[in-house]
Design a protein around this ligand. Structure first.
Ligand code: NAI
Length: 244
C-alpha cells in the first residue's frame, strides 16, 4: 500500500535523471506511471512509455490521450523535461533563446494544457514543475537557462492561482546542481572534469551535488496528499545554495 495507490502519474523527461528517479519513486509508492520523453531506455515494464517532444503540440496531445486510454485518467503531472544552455547574453543567439524557452517553458505549458481536462476530473490533482536554483541564484554563464527557469517559477504560481478552485495544486522544485546524466555530460566536456566537479560541489553549502533521489522525494511530497494544502510554492532542494 502506498500514498499514490489508485493515482496515475505522467512524468515528462522520465527517461533519464531526475525524471527517471521520480517515475521509479512514484511507482514504488503505488502510482501507475507513464513516461513522456524523446526516448527512455531500460524503462521498467510496469511503466507506460509515450514518445513525444514537448515542443510538438499535436504529439503532446496524442501522448496524453494515449495515457488516458491506457490508465483511465491523469492525477499527477510531473513537468520535468528540460534542456540546458551555457553562456552569457552576448553569446546567446535568438535561436537558442527560442529553443530553450520552447522546451523548458512552453513545453511545460503545453503538457499542462493537454492534461487540464483530466486533472479537473481527478479527485486529487497535482502538478509539480522542475524549476531550478538558477532562477534565483544569479549563476554566471547560464543566462538563457536561468531566465527560462525563472519563467517556470512564475508559471507555477500563475497556474496555481488559475486552478486552485478547481482542486488542482501546482508547485515546483528548485534543485541545485544534481548528479544526473546531464551534469555528467557537462563534466565530461570540461577541460578538467575533476576540477569542474569539485567547483560545482563547493558551490553548494552542503559540499556535494544533490542526488536525483533527493529531488524525486521532494517532487513526490508535492505530488502527494501529504501536501494537500500547499500550492504555488517553489521548494528548494539545493543544499542551502539559495538564501544561506
Ligand atoms: P537529463 O538530461 O538527465 O534528463 C532530461 C530528460 O528530458 C531526458 O530524458 C530528455 O530526453 C528529456 N527531454 C529533453 N528535451 C525534451 C523534449 N523536447 N521533449 C521530451 N523530452 C525531452 O536531465 P536532468 O538533470 O534529469 O534534468 C531534468 C530537469 O531538472 C530539467 O528540467 C532540468 O532543467 C532540471 N534541473 C536539473 C539540474 C541538474 O543539475 N541536473 C538542476 C536544476 C534543475
Amino acid at each position: 500500500m502506498g500514498d499514490f495507490d489508485g493515482l496515475v502519474a505522467l512524468v515528462t523527461g522520465g527517461g533519464s535523471g531526475i525524471g527517471r528517479s521520480t517515475a521509479e519513486l512514484l511507482s514504488s509508492r503505488g502510482a501507475r506511471v507513464a513516461v513522456l520523453d524523446l526516448a527512455a531506455e531500460g524503462l521498467p515494464e510496469e511503466m507506460f512509455f509515450v514518445r513525444a517532444d514537448v515542443t510538438d503540440d499535436h504529439g503532446v496531445r496524442d501522448a496524453v490521450e494515449a495515457v488516458v486510454t491506457r490508465f483511465g485518467g491523469i492525477d499527477v503531472l510531473v513537468n520535468n523535461a528540460g534542456i540546458g544552455a551555457q553562456g552569457d547574453v552576448a553569446a546567446a543567439t535568438d535561436e537558442e533563446w527560442h529553443r530553450v524557452f520552447d522546451v523548458n517553458v512552453i513545453g511545460m505549458a503545453r503538457v499542462a494544457r493537454a492534461c487540464l481536462t483530466h486533472l479537473r476530473n481527478s479527485h486529487f490533482a497535482a502538478i509539480v514543475n522542475t524549476g531550478s536554483i538558477a532562477a534565483t541564484a544569479g549563476l554566471p554563464q547560464r543566462a538563457v537557462y536561468s531566465a527560462s527557469k525563472g519563467a517556470v517559477h512564475a508559471l507555477t504560481r500563475a497556474l496555481a492561482a488559475d486552478h486552485v478552485r478547481e482542486g488542482i495544486r501546482v508547485n515546483a522544485v528548485a534543485p541545485g546542481t544534481a548528479d544526473t546524466p546531464w551534469v555528467r555530460r557537462l563534466l565530461d566536456s570540461a577541460q578538467d572534469p575533476e576540477a569542474e566537479r569539485a567547483a560545482l560541489e563547493a558551490r553548494q553549502p552542503h559540499g556535494r551535488l544533490v542526488t536525483a533521489d533527493e529531488i524525486a522525494g521532494a517532487i513526490a511530497y508535492l505530488a502527494s496528499p501529504l501536501s494537500g494544502s500547499t500550492t504555488g510554492t517553489v521548494l528548494a532542494v539545493d543544499g542551502g545554495m539559495d538564501g544561506l
